[in-house]
Design a binder for this molecule. Sequence first.
Ligand SMILES: C[S@@+](CC[C@H](N)C(=O)[O-])C[C@H]1O[C@@H](n2cnc3c(N)ncnc32)[C@H](O)[C@@H]1O
Length: 552
Amino acid sequence: MTVSLPLLFVERMKQLLKGDFDRFIASYDEPRLYGLRVNPLKITAGQWKELSPIGHSTKSVPWAPEGFYYNGEDRPARHPHYHAGLYYIQEPSAMAPVELLDVQPGHRVLDLCAAPGGKSTQIAGKLQGKGVLVTNDNARERTKPLAKNIELAGVRNAVVLNEEPASLVTVFRGWFDRILVDAPCSGEGMFRKDEAMVQSWESHSVERCSVMQHHILRHAAELLAPGGKLVYSTCTFAPEENERQIAKFLADRPDFEVVPVDPNYGWTEGRPDWADETEPGYEAGEWQRNVAETQGTVRLWPYLIHGEGHYAAVLRKKPGEAAPENRDAVAETAQAAWDIRGHIITENPDHRDARFEPAPDQRGGKKRRDDRGGRLNASVPRGGAKGKGAFKRLSTKEEGAAPEQLWERFASEQLLFQRQQEMQIYLFGSLVYLQPLGMPSLDGLKVVRSGWLIGGVDNGKFTPSQALAMGLTQREASVSLNWPAEDPQVFRYLRGETLFVEPDELITADSSVQKDKFKGYVLICADGYPLGWGVYAAGMVKNKLPAGWRRM
Ligand SMILES: C[S@@+](CC[C@H](N)C(=O)[O-])C[C@H]1O[C@@H](n2cnc3c(N)ncnc32)[C@H](O)[C@@H]1O
């Protein structure tokens, strides 16, 4: 066997699986599987298969319409399409929980344990830019890749938080239509994929994880609206973290029920018989009733499917009393803020900020901070159109102009911006966000991203962000450059190099732009999909791709 498994784990699985144990253990000698999920915010699965050099050699993941198996030697994470956010690398069985969550465009969705964001980007694809995704993780360092993956995927309607579930209850009680609890777990399903999980199995003991999961679920229940659905998932086989956890939850929360899942695709039903010993503190008959419900949950086994292993339970909060917070009132309050303050919501000093990965300021090499310690991860606008149709240079500085005016001017002059839903401008220090309308105040929470970070204002200048570039389509930029994904210019751009181009290569959405005189922002694209910003002048493109986004 290539993986050396913990003895205790092997003994326990032998007892549980009995006749199936040999097949289970033999699956550890099979090669690991590789999966990616196409990002429907940017491209359809069919279009991607046509476009990608590896599209023809992939096979569909049966339970995920955008999921594909690929050959390990293909290394899609190194291809420019990855840097354009066309797909996310994800283990195939990890694609199942979001498929079970039944997310519809317009829903309010919480991904409570979200980093590094695989399932959050999948949820965002289901929302199609409509509704709200609140994506949260309590580990601060893990929210950096989380925010980056949300931005890379071009998600416009997400808020990224760094909170304990209990803290979310004060702001979001009963607010969400859908909640995913992809719980921290002992990771037994990851042993074949990642040998480090074998080492950390002891420290992430099953008992320790099951206590954490119990607390997380308890608070998640408070956050869900009546009639809403919650999917609980783990990538482990231990019944204490799966059926037993769900039985305990049902006993504590009689207002919840299991929505049985059809065990298709080689998935199997939950195993109530592995959790039927009555938990101390619970009445035996009641325990048995709740345990029986867990038959409607599902297990994904590596010896029965092409995937590493997962567990998922779909839970519904029974429709009952209205959520404590009136949904219409929230929308009306937000609409009032939009109308009265010209669509502006400004920062509240109580709002705690945990944002921003370090990024070099690209003007003169100095690090620039917003007034609360955040750093602007973006570049500086120098040119643009004046009014619709004309394309003259913007004055580089407008002393006294409000950030929202500078943004709106940038948008009207440099973008042909398609709103997918009403958004409100949210200002935090020098940073400008677009936030889905109807969000409650985030005051008192640790906020990593208050919405779609579109840029920043410093010294009278609006600077578009990398997140803005990634959330646009090529057609939404007034001026762009585009090469086939395998063109050397694309690789130069991704390495952070300056590019030299002919004025004729500029692609303009506005016929009045004089290419030989143009100076200003261009959206750099590969195969028509944005990679980031450049600033063009006289045949030279200054590279504005932030350091953390470059391909090494
Ligand atoms: C299995 S991972 C999530 C993977 C993620 N859903 C994805 O698909 O990329 C579990 C996550 O839970 C987070 N976590 C652990 N305890 C937590 C808590 N009390 N509240 C919120 N998140 C927590 C961990 O930091 C970890 O990132």
